[in-house]
Design a protein around this ligand. Sequence first.
Ligand SMILES: *[C@@H]1O[C@H](CO)[C@@H](O)[C@H](O)[C@H]1NC(C)=O
Ligand SMILES: *[C@@H]1O[C@H](CO)[C@@H](O)[C@H](O)[C@H]1NC(C)=O
Ligand SMILES: *[C@@H]1O[C@H](CO)[C@@H](O)[C@H](O)[C@H]1NC(C)=O
Ligand SMILES: *[C@@H]1O[C@H](CO)[C@@H](O)[C@H](O)[C@H]1NC(C)=O
Ligand SMILES: *[C@@H]1O[C@H](CO)[C@@H](O)[C@H](O)[C@H]1NC(C)=O
Ligand SMILES: *[C@@H]1O[C@H](CO)[C@@H](O)[C@H](O)[C@H]1NC(C)=O
Ligand SMILES: *[C@@H]1O[C@H](CO)[C@@H](O)[C@H](O)[C@H]1NC(C)=O
Ligand SMILES: *[C@@H]1O[C@H](CO)[C@@H](O)[C@H](O)[C@H]1NC(C)=O
Ligand SMILES: *[C@@H]1O[C@H](CO)[C@@H](O)[C@H](O)[C@H]1NC(C)=O
Ligand SMILES: *[C@@H]1O[C@H](CO)[C@@H](O)[C@H](O)[C@H]1NC(C)=O
Ligand SMILES: *[C@@H]1O[C@H](CO)[C@@H](O)[C@H](O)[C@H]1NC(C)=O
Ligand SMILES: *[C@@H]1O[C@H](CO)[C@@H](O)[C@H](O)[C@H]1NC(C)=O
Length: 612
Amino acid sequence: MLRNRFAILLALLLWLNTFAMAQTVASQAYTPIAGRCPAGFNLVRMAGAPGNQTLSSSEASYIQNRKANVLPQAWKTYLSNVLSTNPFLPDYVSGILSGASSEIPTLGIATSGGGYRAAIFGAGVLNALDARNSSSDAAGTGGLLQAATYLSGLSGSSWFITSLAQANFPTMQELMFGPASPTVSNSSWGGWNADYDIITPSTNSVTDTQYYTNLADELLGKYDAGYVVTFADYWGRMLARHFANGTFSSNIFNESYTHGAGILWSAVANTTSFASYLIPFPIVTADLQAPGQNSSEIIAEDYIPLTNPIIEFNVFETGSFDPQLSAFVPTKYLGTTNNSICVTNYDQSAFIAGSSSELFNEANFTNTLNSEFGSILALMADLMPEPQVEYDVASWPNPFYGVAPDTFIDSTQTNLNMVDGGEDGEVIPLQPLLVKARGVDVIFAIDATDDINDFADGSSLIATQNRTSLYPSAYSFPPVPTSMEEYTAQNLTTRPTFFGCNTTSLNTSTPLLIYLANGGPPYGEVPVTNTSTSQTSYLSSEIQAMLSQTFVITTQGYPENGATKDPYWPSCLACAVVDRARERAGVARSGICSTCMDRYCWNGDALTTAAS
Ligand SMILES: *[C@@H]1O[C@H](CO)[C@@H](O)[C@H](O)[C@H]1NC(C)=O
Ligand SMILES: *[C@@H]1O[C@H](CO)[C@@H](O)[C@H](O)[C@H]1NC(C)=O
Ligand SMILES: *[C@@H]1O[C@H](CO)[C@@H](O)[C@H](O)[C@H]1NC(C)=O
Ligand SMILES: *[C@@H]1O[C@H](CO)[C@@H](O)[C@H](O)[C@H]1NC(C)=O
Ligand SMILES: *[C@@H]1O[C@H](CO)[C@@H](O)[C@H](O)[C@H]1NC(C)=O
Ligand SMILES: *[C@@H]1O[C@H](CO)[C@@H](O)[C@H](O)[C@H]1NC(C)=O
Ligand SMILES: *[C@@H]1O[C@H](CO)[C@@H](O)[C@H](O)[C@H]1NC(C)=O
Ligand SMILES: *[C@@H]1O[C@H](CO)[C@@H](O)[C@H](O)[C@H]1NC(C)=O
Ligand SMILES: *[C@@H]1O[C@H](CO)[C@@H](O)[C@H](O)[C@H]1NC(C)=O
Ligand SMILES: *[C@@H]1O[C@H](CO)[C@@H](O)[C@H](O)[C@H]1NC(C)=O
Ligand SMILES: *[C@@H]1O[C@H](CO)[C@@H](O)[C@H](O)[C@H]1NC(C)=O
Ligand SMILES: *[C@@H]1O[C@H](CO)[C@@H](O)[C@H](O)[C@H]1NC(C)=O
């Protein structure tokens, strides 16, 4: 948790506050703008019944253009990297990846929550899949990132995915450490600034205290304009210094800059990478905390029932494909609640990341001014009194008021309360990739959940299995083990594992899952990737060490007989990536792919039987 970090003096804060001045530039840039809606405006798009859902026309067009203009070459580049490690792939693998077959894979990558640890682990895996890194190409895994159609994140990985997309899809090194010679401005990328703690960025308590006051001042414009402001806004303004354009080590405490205020999630569509279809379509999720939710449906250790709708933010639309809502509104017009007055500037990228990582409700701190967050809350209550408002959730004007009244739990709420996307137990954002209209047939799932000793042990996949079983007409998910003990006993988190290989027993729209967990260090190494979720600053050297270890975890495969690396892992990964396309093409698995699937697929009870 992020408690015990606010060692600041309330008196000092309130004293400084008496000097609070005119609105800062960040406060202005953070304020939503209301105006008349465009002619013929229709806020809500109903996405259809389960099994018959539709994508937005903008998304459909993006995917179509990416598939037509970008992916054919991306798959060829990936194929040549795989072939450089093993020229003896079955013909069908080369045929599919080179475009000679009419069937091509639709790949989604999902990267889990887990604070900075998960952001760094996710970025480390994507670096190993990135064609722009020659080491990754030589390892035979480079290029898969460029070939993906979708990329999802939540909580810690929402920091990663939003920063990556809004920074115009830089390399992972440039994403984390900033460009070598950055242009310091409100609108350019400066890196994660990870050596500055998210919560206590300075070692000087006066500087930090001034900083806390500045953050609160930055919310005044939004508050004065009549919108609900909570601690999630405050948290989002902290995150903005790290995961949105505009902050550099040279200006982090300088309030002449906007520090990511005004950097909108919808504006990602205007970056050159996105406009050229060069980036996998990014999606971030958050959970709804519904006042009417049934708390007896919350699984132990979680906070949100699996039956609450999961909200997804993509750069075009926000809403849910979950059948109980199945409706969307334009992301650009978030904040809007009717067809006459349209609100813009609400979809601040860092507020979306802040909503996706809003875990402060776990500490029950609403109105408890004597909690560790007490001085900040007192300051906010003093500046922006809102006696009826729940402070420890992200509050969004509900654009779905009156929508799906029989099934949508928040249909009569004026505001949607959003919390950390992992609070229902699904910490890998798989739900958006299971939407049938998206046609994803293979998912690379990256799991850096904190289950045991800050390593993952499969709990998130169990939650997804449970959740998808509630909505069988909407989602199909391959069988996975039902207890964390099974993952441990079968080593499924310490080596890549494929789920859903046994298609004879599955319906054909069930994706194949390539599962790569942060489950232990590479053979013979001391672990560095299981840092605590509550660690909110990292030295560059620490990040580099984590990236190196993550690179090995991603490229080693499942070594046999005491080896440290499986030389056939790149081939096996390619076999998994094309497997659904192979099946559609009516070709049988052969050659090394048969061996690979035997080795990497989870084989249910068969494995336990064989092992005993
Ligand atoms: C899907 O939607 C179309 C168009 O609205 C409709 O004609 C069709 O009957 C629907 N199919 C199902 C299975 O609901
Ligand atoms: C963020 O900065 C990068 C370059 O530094 C730029 O390419 C990109 O368009 C900016 N993004 C937004 C949303 O302004
Ligand atoms: C803040 O940035 C502005 C614009 O670059 C600069 O003029 C000013 O001197 C900076 N203030 C401080 C305290 O560094
Ligand atoms: C940052 O943007 C604000 C608002 O547009 C502007 O007033 C300010 O001058 C900019 N600061 C710098 C240093 O460019
Ligand atoms: C994107 O660019 C278009 C055309 O320049 C502009 O009209 C629109 O406001 C921009 N959108 C955002 C969210 O910045
Ligand atoms: C709440 O959930 C429990 C467990 O699923 C169920 O037994 C109960 O009927 C539910 N209550 C309501 C009011 O839906
Ligand atoms: C539309 O929403 C705005 C708030 O954004 C509100 O002020 C206005 O009264 C609403 N108009 C109608 C017709 O409901
Ligand atoms: C928060 O409050 C709920 C309901 O009052 C309670 O069940 C839960 O144990 C509390 N959690 C913490 C972390 O105090
Ligand atoms: C999944 O469902 C089973 C059976 O209802 C339940 O025992 C288990 O706690 C659930 N686990 C998760 C992570 O949702
Ligand atoms: C799991 O890994 C351990 C340690 O490498 C090994 O001894 C054990 O045989 C493995 N178990 C299975 C089922 O592969
Ligand atoms: C490629 O990845 C390796 C391993 O993480 C890293 O050391 C190197 O800096 C990366 N190269 C580039 C150009 O990003
Ligand atoms: C694979 O499918 C076969 C035939 O339907 C079935 O007997 C077997 O149990 C399945 N194995 C797994 C792990 O699902």
